[in-house]
Design a protein around this ligand. Structure first.
Ligand code: FES
Length: 172
């Protein structure tokens, strides 16, 4: 008998885990961004298609690939639904908490899954403007909580893999 206790996922998380929206790569994406977490080895890849309009840059299409847990799939899925049709400026303001709330909440141990998804989004928006050589007034120079957390987690992951590799080398 398994000793694992099922996590208290909301019905929305379970529904999107079973039937994610906007899953898969976008062939004509303007932005492809990844974010990874060492806490679990999970990754998200986010694709954005941007449309230039007179009043700003809009997210015309968004999709994702997830190599993560149920919460990661659900957060990435709902985030793509939230951002499609939004100006980049408005999508930028979405926080990991907003995404979690849209799902009816996440268990605390799964907060970082939402942070990972929003971190990939913010990273993608930054890299889009960096490539254009533009710094919009609404885009802060300082990293947000989500971006900092993703970098922290990626560093941990790198350290973990390095120590595993040296263990392997020592045993070989
Ligand atoms: Fe790592 Fe969900 S447990 S992304």
């Amino acid at each position: 008998m398994s000793s694992r206790i099922p996590l208290p996922y909301s019905p929305k998380v379970l529904e999107l885990f079973r039937n994610p929206r906007n899953l898969g790569p976008l062939e004509d994406a303007d932005v492809v961004e990844m974010a990874g977490s060492p806490a679990c080895g999970d990754m998200i890849k986010l694709y954005l298609k941007i449309a230039h309009m007179e009043d700003g840059d809009y997210i015309e299409k968004a999709s994702f690939e997830s190599y993560g847990c149920a919460a990661n799939i659900a957060t990435a899925s709902i985030m793509t639904e939230l951002i499609i049709g939004k100006r980049l400026e408005d999508a930028w303001r979405i926080s990991w908490k907003d995404v979690s709330n849209e799902l009816g909440g996440l268990p605390p141990i799964k907060y970082h899954c939402s942070i990972l998804a929003v971190g990939a989004l913010k990273r993608g928006i930054r890299s889009y403007y960096r490539r254009l050589g533009i710094q919009p007034g609404w885009l802060p120079k300082d990293l947000t909580i989500e971006e900092k957390q993703v970098i922290e987690e990626e560093k941990l992951m790198e350290r973990y893999y390095r120590s595993m590799a040296s263990l392997d080398a020592n045993q070989g």
